[in-house]
Design a protein around this ligand. Structure first.
Ligand code: SF4
Ligand code: ZN
Length: 312
């Protein structure tokens, strides 16, 4: 028997965590409603310029297009897109092409910033560096964070929106909890203006309450093109383990990811009061517990350049 939505139409999706069967129309509306609720909670966003971190993958495409639909009638609030080019010849160029197509269609300015330009390295060169070849994602992660901030700054952004979905956020929360890394927990976005050091663009995460499968289904149902290739250097085994663990917990107890996020949202204000011990890295200005941050240490260890964040 065909499963049906409460409106009587055939279901396209079963949300196990709530027991709801949703037809196409109600599924689309349900995602939009939750994104709008997040934006209200993370905002208000009435004026300024939001830079969207746009890789061309499903999460970033959905973020860009939903923000565009949400704010298009507000002339005081502009969007820009920023794309990081890691220098991975077999992987990144097609996704930059997809990103550029969306920006062209929506008439949104698009800034592409490469690791080569900011740090003098590419991931293709870095993975063959004798001392560094075994942990590409650790380097790539710190370089990406830096480039996204720099690109957002270049386009004059007041906020930087990333496409992190509920699965991404729940994995990071679990990882930081299990490592006892309270400082990192305290620094996780979304941020409000004034919650980050000068020169850093506060992050917002419009999709943080939407499970990854729902983001993918939403993009498919809306007919939005996205890039879903896999990076040849993907080997972040730690995150993979947390991903598996969470999927297993979710299977046994639907709603686990939502509960983790809701618990964190209650704790976050207390954690932020505690986590006041950071200072600006002397080389780049990113938050750091020592004189120089991890990113700058990693970059100089492979012969790259560190780059100061301009102070606001
Ligand atoms: Fe960078 Fe790792 Fe992502 Fe590849 S999988 S883009 S190396 S972080
Ligand atoms: Zn630094």
């Amino acid at each position: 028997m065909t499963s049906r939505c409460s409106c009587g139409a055939p279901s396209v999706y079963l949300a196990r965590y709530s027991g709801e069967q949703l037809c196409e129309e109600h599924f689309l509306r349900s995602v939009e409603k939750r994104v709008h609720r997040e934006l209200r909670q993370q905002g208000p966003f009435k004026h300024g310029r939001i830079a969207v971190a746009l890789s061309g993958g499903k999460d970033s495409v959905v973020t860009l297009r939903l923000l565009h639909e949400t704010f298009r009638s507000n002339p005081q609030l502009e969007l820009a897109a920023v794309t990081v080019d890691e220098g991975i010849a077999s992987y990144r160029p097609p996704s930059i092409e997809v990103a550029a197509e969306h920006c062209k269609e929506l008439e949104i300015p698009h800034e592409v910033l490469s690791y080569e330009e900011t740090s003098g390295v590419t991931m293709d060169k870095l993975v063959v560096h004798p001392a560094r070849a075994h942990m590409p994602c650790a380097y790539c992660g710190v370089l990406r964070r830096r480039n996204l901030n720099e690109a957002a700054r270049r386009v004059g952004a007041t906020h930087l929106a990333t496409g992190h979905n509920l699965d991404d956020v729940a994995q990071t929360l679990l990882m930081n909890h299990l490592k006892g890394d309270v400082d990192r927990l305290a620094r996780m976005g979304p941020h409000r203006a004034g919650q980050v050091l000068p020169g850093l663009v506060p992050r917002i995460l419009p999709l943080r309450a939407i499970p990854e499968r729902e983001v993918a289904l939403y993009a498919i149902l809306r007919g939005w093109r996205y890039h879903d290739g896999e990076c040849p250097y993907a080997q972040d085994a730690t995150r993979g383990r947390y991903r598996e663990l969470l999927l297993q917990l979710e299977e046994e107890t639907p709603g686990t990811r939502h509960a983790l996020l809701a618990g964190y949202d209650r704790l976050a204000p207390l954690l932020r009061e505690e986590g006041g011990t950071l200072r600006a890295c002397e080389a780049c200005g990113e938050p750091s517990s020592g004189a120089r941050c991890r990113a700058c240490e990693l970059i100089t260890s492979v012969g790259g350049r560190t780059q100061p964040v301009e102070r606001a």
